[in-house]
Design a protein around this ligand. Structure first.
Ligand code: LCS
Length: 391
């Protein structure tokens, strides 16, 4: 569809089956055929992932197709694949692009479960090196002859480090390695990594794409042949999305642009306010001039998103007081929904990481990660102010 981002978010790939305005959920595991010929064709087509041609939902499903076409259009990629979760998307990319003996270079300070998956790769005969994605030279010096993928998560979870996707894509491209970008935090509304030279985009659709903290999902976007190979991996490994979740995520994407604008505006207001609060030692938000890569973030992306990290004075005791006193803001993992969420990396997402490794990454006991929601900014700030005053 040749139209603007908002229009495509709403109208792209809607099927209008049976005259329905909204694409219906095809909540079926299997599909029925009249003839053997029809069955054979459908199985062939569904394994080739050329709709129409559906045989079994682990191969493909019309509700997945609608979501995949919408996300491919928004990311400006050739094709997309829906998976059971963001982790299923990442695992699918790894087990499609890499085999025994291959090497991955990954950004270091990324979502803990992604890091944990990569740290396990040697057990499956693959190699991994972690590098600093804010220094392209560090990524370059870690690329070896057998490097197949360079994995970036930008801005990163939880510290919001920004990677220069274009520069790293150029470095990796020269060495024959593909660049994968986890675009969960900014979404295609603000950042389109494929346009910047990346080869593959992944999403935890559990977050901003679905936007309501009520479902799980993942999406991979990239070239058609690679996505076909990813679909084969999902067919074999089984990490398929539930059609109902695909429907919920497609529904969520229709309001993605306006939600991202509001998340971003609220996050900027909260970050600016936090910067002037005496009980707050540090604030990290790519939209603030004080962020070390503010200029790069402004160049790469159309906005800064809804995630803010800040450090309260008083370490663990300070963080505990704030987190247990806040009322409007909920203490919870995950992100990207209407409700503002506060997360304490040291006791939640990074609990299993040894304290010295946490410290090396810059994750102190006073660090709080905030998913700024869609409430009124003044109410979010008032809640934080009331809690901070109790410190
Ligand atoms: N990528 C990023 C950047 C994430 O933040 C997460 C989940 C994933 C991938 C994995 O996606 P999932 O399988 O959960 O759909 N991040 C979470 C977090 O920060 N707290 O809880 C989950």
């Amino acid at each position: 569809m040749n139209a603007g981002f908002h229009t495509r978010a709403i109208h792209e790939a809607e099927t209008h089956l049976g005259g329905a305005l909204v694409t219906p959920i095809c909540q079926t595991a299997t599909f029925k055929f009249k003839t053997l010929e029809e069955a054979k064709n459908a199985i062939e087509l569904s394994l080739e992932r050329d709709a129409p041609g559906y045989a079994y939902t682990r191969f493909s499903n019309p509700t997945h197709t609608a979501l995949e076409k919408k996300v491919a259009s928004l990311e400006e990629g050739q094709a997309a694949l829906a998976t059971a979760s963001g982790m299923a998307a990442i695992a699918t990319v790894i087990f499609t692009a890499m085999k025994k003996g291959d090497h991955l270079v990954s950004a270091g300070g990324i979502y803990t479960t992604t890091h944990a998956l990569f740290a396990k790769l040697p057990a499956w005969g693959m190699e991994v090196s972690f590098a600093d994605q804010t220094r392209p030279a560090d990524i370059a010096s870690n690329i070896k002859r057998n490097t197949r993928l360079v994995f970036l998560e930008t801005p990163s979870n939880p510290l919001l480090d920004v990677a220069d996707i274009a520069e790293i894509a150029e470095i990796a491209g020269k060495q024959g390695a593909r660049v994968v970008v986890d675009n969960t935090f900014l979404t295609p509304y603000y950042q389109r990594p494929l346009k910047l030279g990346a080869d593959i985009v992944i999403h935890s659709a559990t977050k901003y794409l679905s936007g309501h903290l009520d479902t799980m999902g993942g999406v991979i976007v990239g070239e058609k042949d690679f996505l076909k190979a990813c679909a084969d991996t999902v067919t074999l490994m089984g990490g398929i999305m539930n059609p109902f979740n695909a429907w919920l995520i497609t529904r969520g994407i229709k309001t993605l642009p306006i939600r991202m604008e509001k998340h971003s505006g609220n996050a900027m207001a909260v970050a600016r306010w936090l910067e002037n609060e005496p009980g707050v030692a540090k604030v990290r938000y790519p939209g603030l001039a004080s962020h070390p890569q503010h200029k790069l973030a402004s160049k790469l992306a159309g906005g800064f998103g809804g995630m803010v990290a800040f450090e309260v004075s008083g370490g663990l005791a300070g963080a505990r007081k704030l987190l247990e006193t806040a009322r409007l803001c909920s203490l919870a993992v995950s992100l990207g929904g209407p409700e503002t969420l506060l997360e304490h990396p040291a006791t939640m997402s990074h609990l299993k990481m040894p304290p010295e490794d946490r410290a090396a990454l810059g994750i102190s006991d006073g660090l709080i990660r905030m998913s700024v929601g869609l409430e009124d900014a003044e109410d979010i700030i008032a809640d934080l102010a009331a809690a901070l005053r109790k410190l």
